[in-house]
Design a protein around this ligand. Structure first.
Ligand SMILES: Nc1ncnc2c1ncn2[C@@H]1O[C@H](COP(=O)(O)OP(=O)(O)O)[C@@H](O)[C@H]1O
Ligand SMILES: [Mg+2]
Length: 234
């Protein structure tokens, strides 16, 4: 039977027959503000709290920003044993960190840092990779190079039981061929959106999982959890 890793996000694991299938890379897409980064940080915090490891590739925040967001969620990361931040931000001030990449065209650097991070966490039972966000790489690099890098990264995630990944992509920034190609490379897709005052998510693809296709309402409460509730669970 396929191993599933609980995201710890209320409601989400029930939609996924218990959790996210191990050795998969998932796309989290939706317009800016829909909650993709909040969801990713939340799942990362939950994995770290359970003693797992996280490789966090971040383009939109400093490593300290990531640590602070995890801290707000009640998690003090015992670095470097559990949390490997791949700094894809500090190049902006010409100071790529030791675990960072040169700039957003440095896709080899990205794959390599991710590979090193995953290897360093090899003794952890559960390891999450977050890439937030792929859209920044697509702004700077030729799209076919980004797809190739994703294929390599996907291979790394699939190499070992207990690994899984979340790749964030901004909706509305890319043409439909980009969204479709990235979705094709991924093993699962979670789509998020806002409609009036409501927030809705749906799973449009998930390997080995009998999941509903409905849009399901969720809330972001104090930035600490996304609660999938309402009609589906009534
Ligand atoms: N602490 C909080 N309490 C309530 N809502 C929050 C909190 N933090 C963020 N949000 C809401 O979540 C939204 C989504 O944020 P974010 O996860 O950064 O979206 P995305 O990554 O999809 O652009 C914010 O625009 C805000 O409306
Ligand atoms: Mg974001």
């Amino acid at each position: 039977m396929i191993q599933r890793i609980a995201s710890g996000v209320k409601g989400l694991d029930d939609l996924l027959q218990g959790g996210i299938p191990s050795q998969t890379l998932l796309l989290v897409t939706g317009p800016p503000g829909s909650g993709k980064s909040t969801l990713s940080t939340e799942i990362a915090g939950n994995i770290l709290k359970r003693g797992g490891g996280v490789v966090y590739a971040i383009t939109s925040d400093t490593p300290n920003g990531v640590r602070n967001k995890l801290r707000i969620r009640g998690y003090e990361p015992p670095e470097p044993e559990s949390l490997k931040i791949v700094d894809c931000f500090s190049w902006r001030y010409g100071k790529p960190g030791e675990n960072g990449i040169r700039n957003l065209t440095d896709l080899n650097g990205l794959s390599l840092r991710i590979k090193e991070g995953l290897a360093a966490l090899k003794d952890k039972k559960e390891v999450l990779l977050v890439i937030d966000s792929l859209s920044d790489f697509l702004m700077y690099s030729e799209k076919n190079s980004v797809y190739k890098a994703l294929q390599i990264i996907s291979g790394e995630v699939k190499r070992k039981q207990g690994r899984f990944g979340l790749v964030v992509l901004e909706e509305g920034m890319h043409t439909s061929d980009v969204l479709n190609t990235v979705s094709y490379i991924m093993d699962g897709v979670i789509q998020m959106k806002m409609e009036g005052t409501k927030r809705l998510l749906r799973i449009t693809k998930m390997v080995e999982t009998n999941h509903p296709l409905n849009w399901i309402e969720y809330e972001i409460k104090g930035g600490v959890e996304i609660i999938c509730v309402r009609e589906f669970f009534k």
